[in-house]
Ligand binder design. Structure first.
Ligand SMILES: Nc1ncnc2c1ncn2[C@@H]1O[C@H](COP(=O)(O)OP(=O)(O)OP(=O)(O)O)[C@@H](O)[C@H]1O
Ligand SMILES: [Mg+2]
Length: 317
């Protein structure tokens, strides 16, 4: 087995826990994040992603277990850790009274960087997040996507070793998400270690080399997106949507009629998912049986299917 030198382990968590009063938001998480990797926490609302991220960012104390960031203990080395991290919190925390350039400049000065150095860095970052044209604009006049890009630029002011992104594209339209993904992809190519939380399976698939699937404060699976899909799902999925007449007999009854056509069948509120390696063949056989779905869709398995398999629930409800 390949052994990674300790210095290349950017984050190491063992049995990590976080409680709020009696409520346990994070219930024993083990992860190792290595230098240069893009690591994801994928899970639905309330899974404990942000709680975990905030402990990693050294802004929320650990309730139990062990946590080392860049080899340091956040309980004793918070400031040293924070100086080397870039953090994009889930909610934008930009200064709305300042313009775009000022937001970056002030933040850079917080880190104690010399004025001239910050000035150069700010222009470079504005260019990188494609906000040079908006440098003089007030934050409140920016679109959601622009605000997220500015937050990312701000998190890069101190040239961090490790960049933490909590739901970087939640609430953005598809085009804005793609622009952001492109910027994150470039950072990854430049060797920045990324830790991303998301409840979007496509985001996790696009950006993460490796990820953990989280649910209710625990990790239910860990691997590369491809390996997770291979281990926990079939190559393809046939989605069958039935009309009112047929659904009157209940989706469960319909599911029984097609159960043997795939490795497994999932019953969702509005459709059946039949898992098999050849989705078109499944659809053909459904028709041979005299069943008439009003709509069918054959697609590759995704992380959504992995989540459904592991938890019995969908990621985004
Ligand atoms: N400060 C707090 N006090 C009390 N409960 C909290 C606090 N922060 C989080 N929680 C609870 O802990 C659980 C996990 O929350 P967390 O924000 O970590 O989830 P998440 O995976 O980031 O979800 P989301 O996708 O909605 O951002 C939730 O049930 C939440 O209500
Ligand atoms: Mg969150």
């Amino acid at each position: 087995m390949l052994s990674v030198p300790e210095t290349d382990v950017m984050i190491r968590a063992r049995g990590l826990r976080k409680s709020f009063g009696d409520f346990e938001a994070v219930r024993g998480v083990d992860v190792d994040v290595h230098r240069g990797e893009a690591f994801g926490f994928l899970g639905p609302n309330g899974a404990g992603k942000s709680s975990t991220m905030r402990m990693i960012a050294a802004v929320s104390p650990v309730t139990g277990g062990e946590l080392r960031i860049l080899g340091l203990d956040p309980a004793t080395h918070g400031p040293a850790i924070r100086a080397r991290l870039g953090v994009c919190p889930q909610e934008d925390t930009l200064d709305t009274e300042l313009n775009v350039r000022e937001n970056l400049y002030i933040y850079g000065r917080y880190f104690g960087l010399p004025k001239a150095e910050v000035r150069d860095r700010v222009e470079e970052l504005l260019e990188f997040v494609q906000l040079t044209d908006k440098a003089e604009a007030l934050v409140e006049d920016l679109s959601g996507g622009m605000k997220r890009r500015l937050t990312i630029a701000r998190s890069l002011v101190n040239s961090p070793d490790l960049l933490l992104l909590d739901e970087p594209t939640t609430g953005l339209d598809p085009q804005a998400r793609h622009v952001l993904w492109d910027r994150l992809f470039r950072l990854k190519q430049a060797g920045v270690t990324l830790v991303i939380t998301t409840h979007y399976m496509d985001e996790a698939e696009q950006l993460c080399d490796r990820l953990v699937v989280m649910d209710k404060g625990v990790i239910v699976a860990e691997d590369s997106p491809l390996a997770l899909i291979r281990t926990h799902s079939t190559r393809e999925v046939a989605e069958l949507r039935f009309g009112v007449a047929e659904t009157d007999q209940g989706h469960e009854a319909l599911a029984e009629k097609v159960a043997d056509l795939g490795e497994r069948v999932e019953v969702l509120a509005d459709r059946l998912l039949v898992y098999g390696d050849d989705g078109e063949e499944v659809v053909a056989k459904v028709h041979e049986r005299g069943l008439r779905p009003v709509a069918t869709l054959v697609r590759r398995s995704s992380l959504e299917d992995v989540f459904l398999r592991l938890t019995g629930r969908t990621l985004v409800d």
